[in-house]
Design a binder for this molecule. Structure first.
Ligand code: PMP
Length: 353
């Protein structure tokens, strides 16, 4: 009989972008939003009834779900919320990916998926993306125990449209299809509306990127009542209070302030386009991002060296030491000033005057 140490020895945890308390760092390594949350979030937190913190939060998170439901034009029962979309995804893996057949996801994708599969003992198979990093819907026609795809994908930054998602859904009517929309607000196609048509489609999303609330840990899913009901059952078998009272108030306020949301997202898209063009001018090849980050490579330069050069200059970007993507760096879109500082140091790295 194996001991408990045998059971945990294979767990390989997910490695998030480095956080640093050092002053003066330009942090472009975790796809965080460079702008603060909506002023309405500050107001909601100021007005939070301090004494109410002695009580447990609403386990059903009704007010937060209502704000999300209003934004998407669905009912409260079509919404599930959690402690970041990582929590929502982890619960969804446990709820829906529990068969013998392998779950399918792209080989270049969010690196938390294989980590959860290993932790929960879920069989999985990765599906290679094309040479252009695009995901081919036809590759998901084989037998499987479920499908999970980020759209837009990370770290490639590439998004696909309605036909792609519907094609995957048509081929996968038996299992659950999860579309992870962590980055969709920066110009991608949202499948949230398709959840009305496909009972087996779960769309997950986050407050961490487009709503500037990574520190609050808030994520959600949109899906049929059948799927959200299963998620509630799994959550309530593990931790009924994954979302605290302050996070609920903050999230509802952020969701309602659509003007601020649109303004912030538009600013980031504008900076992304400018930065992409400037990097291309410097000889980089940059994928056509629909996210708040850029996946870039330079035909003549070593990207690990570029990453390390910038790090020494207190500019943090992300480098993945993995096959294929080790030729790239992932750069989060910050403010115009932050990107100008990055471009200045990039010229230094390239020895361009
Ligand atoms: N999905 C993808 C594709 C991501 O890149 C991230 C961010 N690391 C998440 C989900 C999780 O984000 P959060 O837990 O902050 O909602």
């Amino acid at each position: 009989m194996g001991s408990w140490t045998d059971n945990i020895k294979d767990i390989e945890p997910y490695v998030p972008g480095e956080q640093s308390a050092e002053k003066g760092i330009i942090k472009l390594n975790a796809n965080e939003n460079p702008y603060p949350p909506s002023p309405m979030v500050k107001k909601a937190l100021r007005e939070l009834d301090f004494d109410s913190l002695r009580l447990y939060p609403d386990a059903n998170a009704a007010k937060l779900k209502d704000a999300i439901a209003a934004f998407y034009g669905v009912e409260r029962e079509n919404v599930f919320v959690g402690n970041g979309s990582d929590d929502v995804l982890a619960l969804a893996f446990q709820a829906f990916f529990n068969g013998e057949k392998p779950v399918l996801f792209p080989d270049i994708t969010y690196s938390f998926y294989p980590v959860w599969c290993r932790l929960f003992g879920i069989p999985f198979k990765t599906v290679p993306v094309g040479g252009d990093f695009r995901i081919c819907a036809d590759d998901y026609a084989k037998e499987n125990g479920g499908v999970v795809i980020p759209n837009p994908n990370a770290p490639t930054s590439l998004g696909e449209g309605a036909e792609f998602v519907e094609s995957i859904l048509r081929k996968n009517q038996g299992g659950v299809v999860i579309i992870d929309e962590a980055y969709v607000d920066f110009g991608g196609f949202s499948s949230a509306g398709l959840t009305q048509k496909y009972e087996n489609l779960l769309v997950t999303a986050t407050f961490s990127k487009s709503r500037s609330l990574a520190g609050m840990r808030l994520g959600y899913a949109i899906g049929s009542k059948k799927l959200t009901g299963a998620l509630e059952a799994v959550k309530n078998s593990y931790n009924s209070y994954t979302v605290n009272s302050a996070a609920m108030a903050a999230g509802a306020a952020a969701m309602r302030d659509t003007a601020y949301f649109n303004e912030t997202v538009q600013k980031i898209i504008a900076t992304r386009l400018k930065t992409k063009a400037a990097l291309e001018e410097l000889g980089f090849e940059v994928l056509d991002s629909q996210t708040n980050f850029l996946m870039a490579t330079h035909p003549e330069k070593n990207m690990r060296e570029y990453f390390e050069f910038l790090k020494a200059q207190k500019i943090f970007i992300r480098y993945f030491d993995k096959p294929v993507i080790n030729k790239f760096v992932r750069i989060t879109v910050g403010t115009d000033d932050e990107m100008n500082a990055l471009l200045l140091k990039t010229r230094e790295f390239l020895e361009i005057k």
